[in-house]
Structure formats: C-alpha cells, structure tokens
Design a protein around this ligand. Structure first.
Ligand code: HEC
Length: 155
C-alpha cells in the first residue's frame, strides 16, 4: 500500500513563510539612518534663533506637529531598547547597556515634555539627550574613523 500525504507541501510552505529574523543592520548604518534622523526631528522642533533680523522662536504650532515630536521621542526610547539587543551589545561590555538605558530614560522625559507641549522643556531635555548620545560616542568611538581627506584647492 502506498500512502501519499501532503507533508512535503506543508513543510515547504512553512519554510517559505520563515523569512523573518533579518540580521540587525550595522551599528554605523543604524545610527546614520534611524537614530540621527529621529533625534533631529526632536532637536529641530524647538529652536531659539537670534540673528541680525531679531529673535525667532521655532516651536510646533499644531497638535499634529506636537504629536510628531512626541512620537520621535517614543521612537528614541525603542531605539534604546534595540541597542540592548545582543547583536549590538554583545561585544561591548556592560557599560553599553548603561548608555542604552540612559537613552531610554531621557526619551521618556522627552516624550513627556512633548506631550505637555512645553517648548522650554523640550529644548532643555533635547540638550540632555545630546549629552547622552555623546557619552556613548566617547566611550565607543567609531571603529573606522573618517579619513580626514580635506581637498583644498591650490593655485
Ligand atoms: C549605546 C551607545 C550609543 C548611543 C546611546 C548612541 N550612539 Fe550613536 N554611535 C554609537 C557607536 C558605537 C557609533 C560608531 C559606529 C561606527 O562607525 O563604528 C555611533 C555613531 C553615530 C553616528 C555616526 C554614524 C556614521 O555614519 O558614521 C551618528 C550620527 C550617531 N551615532 C548618532 C547618535 C544619536 C543622535 C544618538 C542619541 C539620540 C546616539 N547616536 C546614541 C553608539 C551609540
């Protein structure tokens, strides 16, 4: 007796569906493509500019604009969690996760400031945020430093 089953079909379908689990992108790309643009949404939201034409206060005007700022802050908190993924943290020692925790913590303050629609607070927390980013960068400088090729014209 020969019994045919659909086992092979079922198996191949399962394999085809199993394409998730992409490797984390390199830290440099993650920083440049995800972290920096998200932080810039937050930092650019509130600015105090003084120039020859006077003082210009830039701040979100509408509920939707404030919501975007809050969302960027929340996203930075998620980024802090993603930085603790072993793909990023494994070879870095315990300090790495402390810096990531610092980002998670300041992101919560950042989100609260945006939800309170408090421009001064967003500005202030943005400054602290910058220190949190810089602290990790000082502890973990780029693996491949920029080559300072500075082409100045001669002649
Ligand atoms: C937990 C550590 C950590 C935190 C926190 C962190 N970074 Fe980074 N960042 C790195 C490391 C490591 C590199 C160097 C990557 C490399 O080139 O090897 C880097 C590089 C960068 C770069 C350069 C990317 C490039 O193209 O060379 C930018 C921009 C950047 N980070 C932005 C930020 C911002 C903005 C924040 C805060 C919102 C932040 N980072 C927080 C670890 C961190």
């Amino acid at each position: 007796m020969i019994r045919r089953t659909l086992t092979m079909f079922a198996l191949s379908t399962a394999l085809a569906a199993c394409t998730s689990g992409e490797p984390a992108k390199p830290i440099k790309d993650y920083m440049a493509q995800d972290v920096q643009p998200t932080a810039e949404i937050y930092w650019n939201a509130v600015q105090f500019i003084s120039d020859e034409s006077g003082d210009h206060d830039i701040e979100p005007q509408t509920d939707a604009e404030w919501a975007d700022v809050a969302q960027a802050a929340a996203r930075l908190g998620e980024i802090g969690k993603e930085l603790k993924d072993p793909a990023y943290s494994d070879t870095r020692g315990s300090g790495w996760n402390d810096f990531a925790d610092g980002l998670i913590k300041i992101s919560a303050d950042a989100e609260a400031a945006a939800k309170a629609k408090d421009p001064d607070k967003v500005f202030e927390v943005g400054g602290t945020m910058y220190s949190v980013c810089s602290a990790c960068h000082e502890a973990y400088p780029a693996e491949t430093p920029e080559t300072g090729a500075d082409a100045t014209s001669t002649g």
